[in-house]
Ligand binder design. Structure first.
Ligand code: FAD
Ligand code: FES
Ligand code: MG
Length: 276
C-alpha cells in the first residue's frame, strides 16, 4: 500500500504527531466514521490499529494521524512518501451510530483530536449542533483546530499549560457546557485517564457518553482476544464489539492495567533498535 504523503503536524516536548495518506481504494470506498485499520509497517513488524481520519472514496485514499508513542509508530513516522506499508486491513470495528441527536459534544485529548474529527464531521452532516472541546499539553501539540472549526458550530480550545486557548483540562470545559445547557450525547477520545474522567463528569447529568477505547489489538478481527475489555460486567472484544462503548460501563482500572502489560518489552525493542 503506497504512502502518498507525510506531514509532521506537531513536534514538541518529545512528542511527534504525523499525518500520512495511503493509497487504499477498497478501504476508502467502505470506511465510515469511527472505524479503524490495522497495519504493518514492514514484514517483521507488529500490527497496530489506527483510526481512519479521512477517506476519499473517489481518489481511493485514506488519511491516518499517528502520535509516535513507541517502536511501530516511530517506524511509521519515519516512512517516506513513495514507500509502502507491508499490509493494511480495514475498515474494522463498528462505525459510530450517526443520526440526529440534537446537541452533541465531541471531546478530544491529544491525538484523540484526530479520532473525533470524522465523527464530528458526520454528526454535523446529520444535522446536529456540534461542539468540539479539544485539549493538548501545550500550544505546539494542538492539531486539527482549523479543520474542526470548519465543520463544528463551536470549538473550545484548551492547553494544560495555558500556552494557547484556555488553561485547563477538557473535562472542566465539558462540565461547564453540561451545566449551562442540556446536551444529548458526549463522544470522547483521548488518553484513558481523560476518558475515565469524562465518564465521571457526564454521569450526574444523565447524558449518554460514548468513548472509543484504545485497547491493545493484534488481529483486529475478534480472533486473538488481546483487546478484551469489561463493559457492564460483560467481556467484550474491543475490535469487533467496539471500539466504542458506553463510558459509564467500562472497567477503566482493568483496561489501564491491560494496556501497560507490554511496556517493558516495548522499551526493550526500542533499545535494541536504537530508537529513543
Ligand atoms: P508501543 O511502545 O508498543 O506502545 C505504547 C502504548 O501504546 C502501549 O503501552 C499500549 O498502551 C499501546 N499499544 C501498543 N501496541 C498496541 C496495539 N497493538 N494496539 C493498541 N494499542 C497498542 N494512535 C494514534 O496515534 N492515532 C490513532 O488514530 C489511533 N487510533 C487507534 C484506534 C484504535 C481502535 C486503537 C485500539 C488504538 C489507536 N491508537 C491510535 C493507538 C495506537 O494503536 C498505539 O499508540 C500504537 O499501537 C502504539 O504502538 P507502538 O509500537 O508505537 O508503541
Ligand atoms: Fe484480537 Fe480484538 S484484536 S480479538
Ligand atoms: Mg509496539
Amino acid at each position: 500500500m503506497k504512502i502518498l504523503s507525510k506531514e509532521v503536524l506537531a513536534d514538541s516536548q518529545g512528542t511527534r504527531i504525523v499525518k500520512i495518506t495511503v493509497q487504499s481504494p477498497d478501504i476508502a470506498a467502505k470506511a465510515r466514521a469511527g472505524q479503524f485499520v490495522v497495519l504493518m509497517v514492514n514484514e517483521e513488524g507488529e500490527r497496530i490499529p489506527l483510526t481512519i481520519v479521512w477517506a476519499d472514496a473517489e481518489k481511493g485514499v485514506i488519511t491516518l494521524i499517528a502520535q509516535e508513542a513507541g517502536f511501530t509508530t516511530k517506524l511509521l513516522g519515519g516512512s517516506m512518501p513513495g514507500g509502502s506499508l507491508y499490509s493494511i486491513v480495514g475498515p474494522l470495528g463498528h462505525p459510530t451510530e450517526i443520526r440526529k441527536y440534537g446537541r452533541v459534544i465531541l471531546v478530544g485529548g491529544g491525538v484523540g483530536i484526530a479520532e473525533i474529527y470524522p465523527v464530528a464531521a458526520a454528526m454535523k452532516g446529520a444535522g446536529n449542533y456540534v461542539t468540539a472541546v479539544i485539549g493538548s499539553r501545550t500550544k505546539e501539540l494542538m492539531i486539527l483546530e482549523r479543520e474542526l472549526k470548519e465543520i463544528s458550530d463551536e470549538v473550545m480550545v484548551l492547553t494544560d499549560d495555558g500556552s494557547y486557548g484556555r488553561k485547563g483540562f477538557v473535562t472542566e470545559a465539558l462540565k461547564e457546557l453540561l451545566e449551562k445547557e442540556k446536551h444529548d450525547l458526549v463522544y470522547a477520545v483521548g488518553p484513558l485517564p481523560m476518558m475515565r474522567a469524562v465518564a465521571g463528569v457526564t454521569r450526574p447529568f444523565g447524558v449518554p457518553a460514548r468513548v472509543s477505547l484504545n485497547a491493545i489489538m493484534v488481529d483486529g478481527t475478534g480472533m486473538c482476544g488481546c483487546c478484551r475489555v469489561s463493559v457492564g460486567r460483560e467481556v467484550k472484544f474491543s475490535c469487533v464489539d467496539g471500539p466504542e462503548f458506553d463510558a459509564s460501563q467500562v472497567d477503566w482500572g482493568e483496561l489501564l492495567t491491560r494496556n501497560g502489560i507490554y511496556i517493558e518489552k516495548e522499551k526493550h525493542i526500542c533499545r535494541l533498535n536504537n530508537i529513543a
